[in-house]
Design a protein around this ligand. Structure first.
Ligand SMILES: [Zn+2]
Ligand SMILES: [Zn+2]
Length: 872
């Protein structure tokens, strides 16, 4: 059997991705599964509108390594996939589509709009799942969930009703970030901040009889129409006599109180601030403390309300112009100065956010947070690494109530009905026909939907069938592990812990592993505007999925952010290519040697092999197994990947197979050589499988095919993960000595510019060991020498190698050295010239200059070596 010459992942990756699904390899059947050892994990549900980005791929790759490893350890392993309905994101996608047809959602009505969103979901919502298949994620597709599935929606209702009945959900006034374009409240994380050039306007307010004035500075003069107080710091002696008096609001001539509040900074501006409770988050807090009235002068449509008097119905910006003109005219605008304003914008549509007070639904989080803190403190949930714990505790101890209502149409509608007759609220699991208080039929469901994080907070158990006591829930809950990015610790991880304990009485997962964000090579956050985004789909096309996976894993040290550039992926492909070529050679030799019967049996010790490379490689393989298993069990995925990279590339391919290649040339002891080589090769494929599933499946299947029928797993992913190898008592020293000799020979050849292709005679003096003739031929073969070996007990080192170069080769070496000298001299001169150029020195970064200096030093060292050769 022969492998194709070139490693072309696109030839076999799609095939195996589909085969794993068709063969239902990762689908758990509880009727036949062994339930003594169970491993379960849920995918962080990507947005149904989403397209795979590099952050997803990092998540999925790390999870897949953990999942494949546990499966190969023989545990019943479940990975639940699924997507999030992503309220605002999805609604906006569909609204944009409608806008193209000249429609908006209000024209369609709520029911029709929801139908259109479902239609969109059916048509396009599967895209992200297609991409997840391509990553090779070994999920159980038969258990795929969507946060708006009937079952999961029932879980949402159940949770809402329970929390309401326990008094943990309430309605209240709340200052929200309002997007007038999207017509909904949006969370802080959905807003972006942009500094823009604006103004600071100084406005004076007459006090008492109008003899005295107080001046305040504001960036938003139109909000003054909603002022209900002026505030000073209680210790500010300048204003102490005015506290408790009233001021007159210019333009509207309303009387407002002058109050004292600790929140006022006496050193900012004049030390007096206007208080607009309905339109500023800080003022909102002051007003709640001081019982000030709220006057809403800007409406949800960003137009002024009736309360704005003569400015009613004006757009907020138009109102600003008119207010300023009127203030100017009345002499109350005392100063205008330029000022940089930190403008809040809607992350999605870039409209300027309007802070508004509105009635929203809240979860009382304090009692939930206390239990979550206890669960982490007691170790029922473990953070690995645990350096994020202090941040978690700090946040949870100061947690604010969670605003869970959103003014959207797409999502879980709040299961609360308002009674037009008695104004009371009925909260129910099933849609009620009448008001539970007065039995009126005049009831209407609350128009709001729940924050998307509410349903994703139930994800680990709603996906397993909760609130029903399903078999899945019994077997797989609490889940074993959660792997996600640090950035959603509070939005998602903390809420799952709170809601998990509240709903199920148990924690949702036992361990949490958080990785950092993927950044570019300069450690900048990736963003479309910066143009530094690495697109995983493109990378998979270009380098193959396995290459991208191993590149991500090697880069992902736990906890730290990941700096990624494309050459990592290129290196990943070189690695895969190296394995491919090594395998190709092995397969070719196998055919020549007519190997037919080899059945690896992990339980059976090998027939002892006397070959020095076997003794050495089994020790190395043993070491790699131990390190990789230990690293995986402590979530050090990058360390596991790096260990395998080094073992496979620099030990197995570069040394072991090179040595074996020479052994296969001879006729003696072939069986033992093949037995050893295939045992190491097969174990290496299994060891590497969780990291590079496609390449290892392809090679393992081909190997099994070549070896003929036998009773073995269908797929390498179902084979046993190597925890130890049946290593014969191993003596690594002779092979280590061989490596030193070969390296010494290579160095001598390079230093002396000897013909790299010619086999040269050499004398090898050995102090305390002697290679057998067979082993000596391996040393000779690897070093491209014809070695005479002699014992000599007077050596300082373990060996001494003298290569005898023929005169002609020495001459050729001199010629090569002379050429090299000319080249180096030229290079040094060019670099020096640049370093003497003042313009270059002025403009070049420090780093570049330092690099140039280092290069010159390097060239000079080379130059000295070559001069020695010529003079020798
Ligand atoms: Zn918006
Ligand atoms: Zn009623």
């Amino acid at each position: 059997m022969e492998l194709e010459k070139v490693y072309e992942p696109n030839r076999f990756e799609p095939h195996w991705a589909q085969w794993w699904i068709d063969a239902r390899l990762y689908q758990v059947d509880l009727k036949t599964a062994d339930l003594k050892r169970v491993f379960s994990i849920v995918i962080p549900p990507p947005n149904v509108t989403g397209s795979l980005h590099i952050g997803h791929m990092l998540d999925h790759t790390i999870i897949d390594v953990a999942v494949r490893w546990h499966r190969m350890l023989g545990e019943t392993t479940l990975w639940v996939p699924g997507t999030d309905h992503a309220g605002i994101a999805t609604q906006m996608v569909v609204e944009r589509q409608l806008a193209e047809q000249g429609l908006n959602r209000r024209q369609l009505g709520r029911e029709e709009f929801e139908r259109r969103v479902w239609q969109w979901k059916e048509e396009y919502g599967g895209r992200i799942n297609e991409q997840i298949r391509r990553e090779g994620a070994s999920v159980d597709w038969s258990r795929e969930r969507f946060t708006m599935d009937p079952g999961l929606s029932r879980a949402v209702r159940e949770t809402f009703v329970r929390l309401w009945e326990k008094g943990l959900i309430y309605r209240g006034a709340y200052m929200v970030n309002w997007c007038p374009r999207c017509q909904t409240a949006i969370s802080d994380v959905e807003t972006t901040h942009k500094p823009v050039e604006g103004h600071l306007w100084h406005i004076r307010y007459p006090v008492g009889t109008g003899q005295e004035f107080l001046t305040v500075a504001t960036t938003r003069p139109e909000t003054m129409l909603g002022d209900t107080a002026l505030a000073v710091h209680p210790d500010d002696t300048r204003y102490r006599h005015l506290i408790g008096q009233t001021a007159i609001l210019p333009l509207l001539h309303r009387e407002i109180r002058i109050i004292a509040d600790q929140a006022v900074d006496p050193n900012f501006g004049t030390g007096v601030v206007k208080v607009t409770p309905a339109h500023d988050p800080n003022d909102f807090e002051i007003a709640k403390r001081q019982n000030l009235p709220f006057i809403k002068v800007i409406g949800e449509d960003a137009r002024m309300t009736e309360a704005a008097g003569p400015y009613a119905n004006l757009d907020r910006l138009e109102a600003r112009k008119r207010v300023l003109a009127a203030l100017q005219e009345s002499g109350n605008l005392v100063k205008t100065e330029p000022y940089t304003v930190n403008l809040s914008q809607c992350d999605r549509c870039k409209t300027t956010i309007e802070p508004l007070v509105s009635t929203q639904w809240f979860v009382r989080t304090k009692p939930l947070a206390e239990k979550a803190i206890e669960a982490v403190r007691s170790g029922r949930v473990r953070f690995i690494p645990n350096d994020r714990e202090p941040i978690f505790f700090q946040w949870m101890e100061n947690i604010r109530d969670w605003c869970i209502s959103r003014q959207l149409w797409w999502g879980h509608r709040i299961p609360a009905w308002h009674c037009r007759n008695c104004q009371q609220i009925t909260v129910a699991r099933e849609t009620p026909a009448t008001c539970s208080h007065c039995h009126s039929t005049e009831i209407e469901q609350d128009p709001d939907v729940l924050d998307t994080w509410f349903s994703s907070g139930l994800w680990p158990f709603s996906t397993l069938g909760w609130p029903d006591a399903t078999e899945d829930l019994k077997v797989f809950y609490p889940t074993s592990l959660l792997i996600t990015g640090f950035d959603i610790l509070f939005f998602w991880v903390a809420r799952m812990i709170m809601l998990g304990i509240e709903c199920t009485g148990d924690v949702p997962f036992r361990e949490v592993h958080m990785h950092g964000l993927v950044r570019d090579a300069e450690r900048q956050k990736m963003s479309k505007t910066k143009g530094n985004v690495i697109d995983p789909l493109l990378m998979m096309d270009r380098y193959g999925t396995d290459a991208v996976r191993i590149a991500l894993l090697i880069s992902a040290a736990a906890g730290a952010d990941i700096s990624l550039k494309e050459d990592r992926m290129e290196a990943g492909r070189s690695f895969a290519n190296k394995i491919w070529n090594a395998s190709r050679l092995l397969f070719l030799k196998m055919e020549q040697s007519k190997i037919e019967h080899w059945s690896p049996d992990p339980g059976q010790p090998l027939a002892p092999s006397n070959a020095i490379e076997d003794s050495w490689i089994f020790g190395r393989l043993q070491q790699a197994c131990a390190t990789v298993n230990r690293a995986l069990s402590t979530h050090r995925y990058h360390e596991a990947a790096q260990t395998l990279w080094d073992f496979v590339w620099h030990e197995f391919c570069d040394w072991y197979l090179e040595a074996k290649k020479l052994r296969f040339r001879s006729d003696s002891g072939l069986d033992a050589h093949w037995q050893a080589a295939l045992t190491v090769y097969e174990a290496t494929l299994r060891l590497l499988h969780p990291f590079m599933p496609f390449l290892t499946e392809e090679l393992w299947q081909r190997l099994m095919q070549a070896l003929g029928p036998a009773k073995r797993p269908k797929s390498v992913s179902l084979a046993e993960y190597p925890s130890s190898v049946p290593a014969p008592a191993s003596e690594a020293a002779p092979f280590l000595l061989l490596q030193r000799i070969v390296e010494d020979a290579r160095k001598q050849r390079a230093d002396r510019k000897l013909d790299p292709k010619a086999t040269l005679p050499a004398a090898l003096l050995m102090r305390d060991y002697e290679f057998s003739p067979e082993d000596l031929s391996i040393v000779s073969g690897l070093a491209k020498l014809k070695i005479e070996q002699r014992r000599s007990e007077n050596l300082l080192d373990a060996f001494e190698l003298a290569i005898q170069a023929p005169a002609s080769d020495t001459d050729a070496g001199r010629q090569r050295a002379a050429k090299e000298i000319a080249r180096l001299e030229n290079l040094i001169a060019r670099h020096k010239q640049q370093l003497e150029d003042p313009a270059f020195l002025r403009n070049a970064p420090e780093r570049v200059i330092a690099e140039k200096r280092a290069k010159i030093a390097e060239y000079e060292a080379e130059l000295a070596k070559n001069r020695m050769l010529i003079e020798a």
